[in-house]
Design a protein around this ligand. Structure first.
Ligand SMILES: Cc1ncc(COP(=O)(O)O)c(C=O)c1O
Length: 396
């Protein structure tokens, strides 16, 4: 960004930042659509389906009340935190104290960003998965910390090799980000891996931040675990979770962090200075979602599975190399032989087929040579997109 001619330059903290990838992509897609192209978006990781009616009813009914329109408590109502505790008990058999070990968030992205602000000082290192959700690095850089990229490689099932992190890095590392089921790779973690992570955290005195928004989007009978299921995890870790993907509530902006009580308090303190919580009926709808009927998630996951199968089959026919993901809403695929530049490849695919996908490097240098496809688009559009991609790659 050239800021020399601006009235007021940006702070050093943000001066090196380009706008978030999807903000720039949105502009490009708008111009292609204006030129008459039928664009199919398989890029953004957002659910296209609505939540169940009982959740929407909870929002509407509470919005109609006269006593729900004032400010809500920082970090959410006690009722919401109790609902999170109930969900963790029902879903994972994990007992959490709603008053000290849970905080409500305005979407988990808010909490992920703020965690870096409340934990990291200049000179500290944040260990960040590469490829990984870009907010882990961006929030650390804005906090003035250094980022050490921990590669996620196909040969390790896209789990980090914690033994490969150099000792001098570990000495200054204060935070390790993990995210399973994983964005962008669709990989999942075992309980065995989580146990090692808790030992690692204790040995090196590094806080683990496990970001788990896809924990309830699973296929083929797979059930994703919570890091909190590991004994002692709550002393060394926080876990982020979200209603965005679990309950198709991405635009509602509702999430939570659970775990280490000191860290939950740091987040509370910081949030009390910077936000004024969210609309009470949103929390009430969250309570309905978390404590109400969960059986509809199975049908929703079957819809994603159908799309996943179409994408996996189509991409293989088109010459990509990939694993069939067991969870999350992404297919992560290595480009066909001879194709190395994922940004150029995705741009060409978009211009020549109208199918928009995300280049792997958006998630870090180890994403080079890959692209990510999201399952959050109507099944018939996914089908059309795959037909276009197969035709395009086979016609080359
Ligand atoms: C890994 C990961 N973490 C966090 C988020 C943020 O989710 P939200 O802020 O909607 O809860 C996303 C969204 O795509 C994600 O992929």
């Amino acid at each position: 960004m050239n800021k020399t001619n601006t009235f007021v330059p940006p702070s050093d903290r943000i001066s090196s930042f380009e706008p978030y990838f999807f903000a720039s992509l949105g502009k490009k897609l708008a111009s292609l659509k204006a030129a008459g192209m039928d664009v199919i978006r398989l890029d953004m990781g957002a659910p296209d389906l609505p939540p169940e009616n009982f959740i929407i009813d909870a929002l509407i009914n509470n919005a109609r009340r006269s006593d729900t329109h004032s400010y809500t408590a920082t970090g959410g109502s006690l009722e919401f935190k109790q609902a999170v505790a109930e969900y963790y008990m029902d879903r994972f058999e994990v007992s959490l104290d709603p008053k000290t070990e849970i905080i409500g968030l305005i979407g988990s992205k808010e909490g992920v960003f703020n965690l870096s602000q409340v934990i990291l000082n200049p000179g500290d290192i944040a260990l960040v998965p590469d490829p990984g959700y870009p907010v882990y690095s961006a929030s650390g850089i804005i906090a003035g910390a250094e980022i050490y990229n921990v590669p996620l490689e196909s040969k390790n099932g896209f789990l980090p090799d914690l033994n490969a992190i150099p000792a001098d890095v570990l000495k200054r590392a204060k935070l390790l980000w993990l995210n399973y089921p994983n964005n962008p790779t669709g990989a999942v973690a075992t309980m065995d891996f989580f146990e090692k992570v808790v030992l690692f955290a204790r040995e090196h005195r590094i806080l683990i931040a496990h970001d788990a928004p896809y924990v309830d989007v699973c296929f083929d009978g797979y059930i994703a675990p919570s890091l909190m299921q590991i004994p002692g995890a709550r002393e060394v870790a926080v876990e982020f979770n979200s209603l965005s993907k679990t309950y198709n509530m991405a635009g509602w902006r509702l999430g939570m962090a659970v775990g280490n009580a000191d860290v939950i308090e740091y987040l509370f303190n910081y949030k009390s200075q910077m936000d004024s919580s969210t609309f009470a009926p949103i929390y009430s709808a969250g309570v309905a979602a978390l404590t109400g009927d969960q059986s509809w998630l199975e049908g929703r996951n079957l819809t994603y599975k159908k799309r996943r199968d179409l994408i996996v089959k189509g991409l293989r026919q088109a010459g990509f190399t990939l694993e069939t993901p067991k969870a999350a809403i992404y297919v992560w695929a290595a480009l066909p032989d001879g194709e190395k530049d994922s940004v150029a490849y995705c741009a060409r695919m978009l211009e020549e087929t109208g199918v928009s996908t995300t280049p792997g490097t958006v998630y870090g240098p180890h994403g080079e040579g890959y692209l990510r496809i999201s399952l959050g688009t109507a099944t018939e559009r996914v089908e059309q997109a795959m037909q276009r991609i197969v035709k395009w790659t086979n016609g080359k």
